[in-house]
Design a protein around this ligand. Structure first.
Ligand code: HEM
Length: 176
């Protein structure tokens, strides 16, 4: 076994004594308490934070097809969204609930094909397609003035509202 040379042993002894001479007076209860406090604060500062949560995004828009009958369900009653159709495009006009929602001045258009009514500037009942399971109103008898008027409304709706689907006539299938 190799012996530690006496001068190295002496050096170790000095180092040990110096360490204890310096360290022992520092190990007071107050210093230990401060050390624990500093370590706790450092841990609280540096521990991994949970991932920041992002605010929920807008609802995804699902482009759907509607028939006059299925469109009617979206007429704003029972807090449902308010949709209306113009020239085959279905708009979500929920943000205009004051106009089209229950009790609004244009509630007749809610859940309906509003093409003829908008073209003719009339929200009378007879402007709306009566037979929800029949063909769509082709609106091919409109005057150029009414077509212009309609196009003005379409422009406004395209700017203001989201298109959420298209309106198709109901077709009987084997399932009906
Ligand atoms: C007595 C006559 C009428 C008055 C005083 C009137 C008044 C108004 C007013 C103040 C607005 C709100 C405009 C805005 O803030 O953007 C509006 C919008 C509208 N009006 Fe009339 N209106 C009348 C007749 C009609 C008629 C006959 C129709 C039939 C088509 C109609 C359809 C609409 C529509 C579709 C809107 C747009 C709502 C939207 O931006 O979604 N209005 N009207």
């Amino acid at each position: 076994m190799s012996q530690i040379p006496p001068e190295v042993e002496a050096h170790h002894k000095i180092m040990r004594e110096t360490f204890f001479a310096v360290a022992t007076p520092l190990l007071t209860p107050l210093n230990l308490t401060l050390l624990v406090l500093i370590l706790t604060l450092a841990y609280l500062r540096l521990r991994p934070q949970s991932a920041p949560s992002l605010p929920p995004g807008p609802q995804p828009i699902v482009f759907k097809t509607f028939t006059p009958r299925t469109l009617l369900k979206n007429n704003g009653t029972d807090n449902s969204p308010v949709y209306l159709a113009v020239r085959g495009k279905v708009y979500d006009v929920s943000s205009g609930r004051n106009f089209y929602g229950p009790g609004g001045p244009y509630e007749n258009f809610a859940g309906r094909d509003a093409t003829r009514g908008l073209a003719c500037q009339s929200f009378d009942e007879e402007m709306l397609t009566k037979d929800l399971d029949g063909p769509l109103d082709p609106c091919d008898d409109l005057t150029p003035e009414q077509v212009d008027n309609l196009n003005g409304w379409i422009e406004r709706f395209d700017e203001k509202y989201l298109v959420v689907g298209k309106l198709l006539p109901f077709r009987k299938t084997d399932f009906h």
